[in-house]
Write a protein that binds this ligand. Structure first.
Ligand code: FAD
Length: 468
């Protein structure tokens, strides 16, 4: 029986059930990765994400070669061409079984179903594992057998299911004799340098160890303060599967013999964030229309959003005149990453202060994020816009100045990202306009909208939709 692994968003060896299962025979499995650059483009892949994937592919190819596996990387522009390409690969190499880790958004599910149909005509099995999640969709259900629409009960049940699983031993493989790595083809897409994020499985294991060993205890307090290094910054690695969620939670085991219960507050809250990651992937699986750009609360799709391209561009460029919003947007466009608190503040601002369709912001984020992940991004946007399942109630409109005072009290984060405000005293940093007017030079933009007016406008618009 000749086995193969088809890598996608699972660019690792450790704790990868597809790799582990393909590695059981007497000869090394084959491995393939398809670069679907046209589909990636239509899915708004950011140039920094392309670069990050490319660098991690390179590391994976070398790591696999050391263990006796050749990873072939083929350019296959569209998902629709994958079934034929995989069939040819299997025929040429006499492969009987291909192992994958499932992906849950609609295009990915369709690609895999089409591939399965084509391969089965040749009696080749496509075996799907759930290595991208701790708990597979369907393993967590309500008493009525339905999927969960609310996060809190999902999280409760998810932890129960998690407690029944054994993660104490990692899935590891026995190496074969090393082979020579084939190298990667020329990347067909634009890349933006991602070297601030070290690539490769070993590097990310070090990052995880550093976070869990030194910072997770403070996570509860520090995670909402964007000026601090209070979160794990593992999202890009989890999104591309350079680290598996199994490896991430195993690191928490040592903190409690009753894992996943009995954890101290920092570790417990961090586990809850991993549960959010899974919640949004389960939703993608059960509600395919989310992948078609629809809101979970369908009635909100009749909202008359403002077609104000100028306002949208000012938001994109970090020139709204609201310091905390501008700082967040500038962090995103220059580094490809934005702190979670800022993702919430900037998303709220676009939707509720500017009344711009959340889908525009969702696409812009994807076009810039190194950790762009469709389920998490879509979930985050629907939550912030109050159109999703279990979303923030629509009448909760963030006041950007109050958010700024609360989460960036000294203005350290703002000063880091908004050059024009570097000299502003802390007293004025959250709303610097009157102070700036008294200075000899001022190159910071005026506020583009009055928050009080915008809040009322949003509430009126939303109420009309809610009341039919
Ligand atoms: P930590 O705080 O250390 O959390 C650990 C891990 O849990 C993260 O790496 C991530 O995998 C997961 N996680 C944390 N919060 C969430 C959440 N709310 N939803 C889903 N998973 C979560 N996350 C992405 O990975 N990709 C995205 O494209 C993305 N887009 C977002 C868009 C919006 C509007 C919002 C509000 C949130 C978005 N998030 C996204 C979630 C969250 O902001 C990031 O996961 C987090 O900031 C990453 O930093 P970290 O790795 O330090 O997270």
């Amino acid at each position: 029986m000749r086995e193969a692994i088809w890598f996608r968003s699972d660019l690792r060896i450790l704790d990868n059930p597809a790799v582990f299962s393909a590695y059981q025979g007497d000869e090394p499995p084959l491995a393939i990765f398809f670069v679907c650059h046209e589909t990636w483009k239509s899915h708004d892949w950011a140039p920094i994400k392309v670069d990050f994937v490319w660098r991690n592919l390179d590391c994976l190819q070398q790591d696999l070669a050391e263990k006796g596996i050749e990873l072939e990387v083929q350019l296959v522009p569209k998902f629709s061409q994958v079934p034929g390409a995989l069939r040819s690969f299997c025929r040429e190499n006499r492969v009987d079984r291909v192992h994958i880790n499932a992906e849950y958004a609609l295009d990915e599910k369709r690609r895999d179903a089409a591939t399965n149909a084509v391969l089965s005509n040749d009696d080749i099995e496509l075996i799907s594992h759930h290595g991208n999640l701790l708990v597979a969709p369907g393993e967590v259900r309500t008493q009525q057998g339905d999927y969960y629409k609310k996060f809190t009960p999902f999280n409760r049940r998810w932890r129960q299911v998690l407690s029944e699983k054994a993660y104490s031993e990692p899935l590891q493989i026995k190496p074969f004799s090393p082979v020579t790595s084939k190298g990667l083809p020329e990347c067909p897409l634009a890349r933006k340098d991602s070297s601030d994020w070290s690539a490769g499985e070993q590097q990310v294991l070090g990052k995880l160890g550093q976070f869990v060993g030194h910072r997770v205890d403070d996570y509860q307090q520090a995670r909402d303060l964007p000026a601090e290094n209070g979160t794990s910054q593992l999202s890009a690695y989890l999104a591309q599967g350079v680290i598996g969620p199994q490896t991430a939670v195993r690191a928490l085991h040592k903190f409690s013999p009753e894992f996943p219960f009995g954890l101290a507050s920092g570790a417990d809250t961090w586990l809850t964030e991993l549960a959010w990651r899974e919640f949004y992937q389960h939703l993608m699986y059960f509600v395919p229309r989310l992948s078609r750009g629809e809101s979970f609360q369908t009635e909100t799709d009749s909202i008359q959003w403002l077609e104000d391209d100028d306002a949208f561009q000012r938001w994109c460029n970090g020139r709204t005149g609201y310091p905390i919003v501008d700082a967040g947007m500038r962090q995103l466009t220059s580094t490809g990453w934005m702190h979670n608190r800022l993702r919430m503040i900037t998303a709220n601002f676009l939707v509720k202060d500017l009344l711009v369709d959340w889908r525009k912001g969702e696409a812009f984020f994807m076009q810039h994020l190194i950790d762009g992940s469709f389920p998490a991004n879509n979930g985050g946007w629907q939550w912030s816009a109050s159109v999703g399942t279990d979303a923030v109630p629509y009448f909760r409109v963030f006041n950007p100045v109050k958010q700024s005072e609360k989460f960036d009290p000294d203005g350290q984060y703002i000063r880091k990202w908004v050059d024009e405000l570097k000299e502003v005293p802390t007293k004025y940093i959250h709303w610097p306009h009157s102070w700036l007017q008294q200075q000899s030079s001022n190159n910071y933009c005026e506020p583009m909208v009055e928050h009080k007016f915008a809040r009322e406008r949003f509430l009126t618009t939303f109420k009309q939709v809610k009341n039919g």
